[in-house]
Design a protein around this ligand. Structure first.
Ligand SMILES: Nc1ncnc2c1ncn2[C@@H]1O[C@H](COP(=O)(O)OP(=O)(O)OP(=O)(O)O)[C@@H](O)[C@H]1O
Length: 341
C-alpha cells in the first residue's frame, strides 16, 4: 500500500541545510496499523506529510496506493489526497460549523449531492459514536468527541489510508484509550491502512502491528511490535520500551536493592506468548540453592499477543546464582542482569 525508497527531505533555512528525513526505505502493507515513534525533531511530521503530498521529497520515491506522490500534480494530487486522509493532534475542526457540517465538509468539496451527503454523515456519526451530538459545535464537545469528529470527517470520502499525526497527544489517558479502540475498530471493519506518528510507546503497544523507530531523520529499528518489545536493539528503542514496561518505582526499587544487597543479582525477565506459561520461578527455587525475591511484574497486551516482564532478585552462593542464570538463559525468556549505572 505504501512504499518509500531512498526518501530524503532537506530544508533550506537561514542557518543552512536541515536534513529532516534521511534516506528512508519503508514498506507498509494494506490493512496494517503501522506506528512511527521518535522524539521531537526526529523527522516524523515531515515523513507523514510526505505520505499525503503536503511535502515533496528532495529525493527518493514515495508511493502511496499506486501513485508516486513526488510526481503527481494538480487534479491527480487532489484525487490522491482524497484517498489519503489525516487526523491531527489539535483536531483542525471548523469552529463555526456543527459536528454534522464538519463531517459533511469534505463531501461538499468532492461534489456529493445533499441527499447522499446527509446519508453518509449519518453513517459516519454512528460509526464514531457521536449520535445525539450532530448539531453541537466543536466548542461544546470534549477532546475525545472532537477527535471523533476529526475521524468521521477523515473517513467521509472512503480513504484507503488514514494518517494520524499525534492524534491522542492532547487527550487524557482514558480518552486516549477510547480513541485508540475506535481506530482499531475502524481498521478491522473497513480494512483501512493506518499510519500513526507518536512519541508515546503506549500508543504503539496498544494498537500497532508493526513499528519503526526514528532518530535524526533515519529509521534505526523496525519490526513486529511484540518482537520489538521483547528484544529492543537500539538504545533509543530500549528507552521507549521502558516507558511501558518499567514503572518509575521499579528503577527506584532496583537501585535500592543493588545498594542494599550487593550480593546476588537483580534480573529482568521478558517473556512472550507460551513462554509466559513456564513455571520458571518454581524451577529456580527447586533446582538451585538460592532465594528468589519477586520485585515487580507486569503483563501487557499488544496487537500481536501478550508479553510480560518480571524483575526478581536472586540471592545465594555466587556459583549457585551463576548456575541459575545459565538455566534461565536456556529457557525461552529474555534475561537482563541489572547493574548500577
Ligand atoms: N518547514 C521546515 N523548514 C525548516 N526546517 C524544518 C521544517 N520542517 C521541519 N524542519 C526541521 O526538520 C527536523 C525534523 O522536524 P519534524 O517536525 O519532522 O520532527 P518531528 O519528529 O515531527 O518532531 P515534532 O514532534 O516536534 O514535530 C527538525 O530539525 C525541524 O526543525
Amino acid at each position: 500500500m505504501i512504499s518509500l525508497q531512498g526518501v530524503k527531505k532537506v530544508f533550506q533555512t537561514r542557518n543552512g541545510k536541515v536534513t529532516a528525513v534521511d534516506d528512508i526505505d519503508l514498506s507498509i502493507n494494506q490493512g496494517e496499523i503501522f506506528g512511527i515513534i521518535g522524539y521531537s525533531g526526529a523527522g516524523k511530521s515531515t515523513l507523514i506529510r510526505m505520505l499525503n503530498g503536503l511535502e515533496t521529497p528532495t529525493s527518493g520515491v514515495v508511493d502511496v496506493a499506486g501513485r508516486d506522490l513526488g510526481k503527481v500534480r494538480g487534479r491527480q494530487l487532489r484525487e490522491a489526497r482524497q484517498e489519503i486522509s489525516m487526523i491531527f493532534q489539535h483536531f483542525n475542526l471548523l469552529w463555526s460549523r456543527t459536528v454534522k457540517e464538519n463531517i459533511a465538509f469534505p463531501l461538499e468539496i468532492a461534489g456529493v449531492n445533499r441527499e447522499e451527503r446527509n446519508k453518509r454523515v449519518a453513517e459516519l456519526v454512528k460509526l464514531v459514536g457521536l449520535e445525539g451530538r450532530e448539531d453541537s459545535y466543536p466548542a461544546q464537545l470534549s477532546g475525545g468527541q472532537k477527535q471523533r469528529v476529526g475521524i468521521a470527517r477523515a473517513l467521509a470520502n472512503n480513504p484507503k489510508v488514514l494518517l494520524c499525526d499525534e492524534a491522542t497527544s492532547a487527550l487524557d489517558p482514558q480518552t486516549t484509550d477510547s480513541i485508540l479502540e475506535l481506530l482499531v475498530d475502524i481498521n478491522k471493519r473497513l480494512k483501512l491502512t493506518i499510519v500513526l506518528i507518536t512519541h508515546e510507546m503506549h500508543v504503539i503497544r496498544k494498537i500497532c502491528h508493526r513499528v519503526a523507530v526514528m532518530e535524526a531523520g533515519r529509521i534505526v529499528e523496525q519490526g513486529n511490535v511484540l518482537d520489538v518489545f521483547r528484544k529492543p536493539q537500539q538504545p533509543i528503542t530500549k528507552r521507549f520500551v521502558k516507558q511501558v514496561t518499567e514503572p518509575e518505582e521499579t528503577q527506584e526499587t532496583i537501585e535500592h536493592l543493588l545498594a542494599e544487597f550487593p550480593q546476588g543479582r537483580v534480573i529482568q525477565l521478558t517473556f512472550v506468548g507460551a513462554s509466559a506459561e513456564q513455571p520458571i520461578i518454581t524451577n529456580l527455587i527447586r533446582k538451585f540453592a538460592i532465594d528468589v525475591n519477586i520485585l515487580q511484574g507486569k503483563i501487557s497486551q499488544t496487537q500481536n499477543g501478550a508479553y510480560g516482564t518480571l524483575f526478581v532478585h536472586l540471592d545465594g552462593e555466587e556459583s549457585e546464582v551463576d548456575k541459575a542464570l545459565a538455566y534461565i538463559r536456556e529457557q525461552q525468556v529474555e534475561l537482563e542482569v541489572m547493574t548500577n549505572v
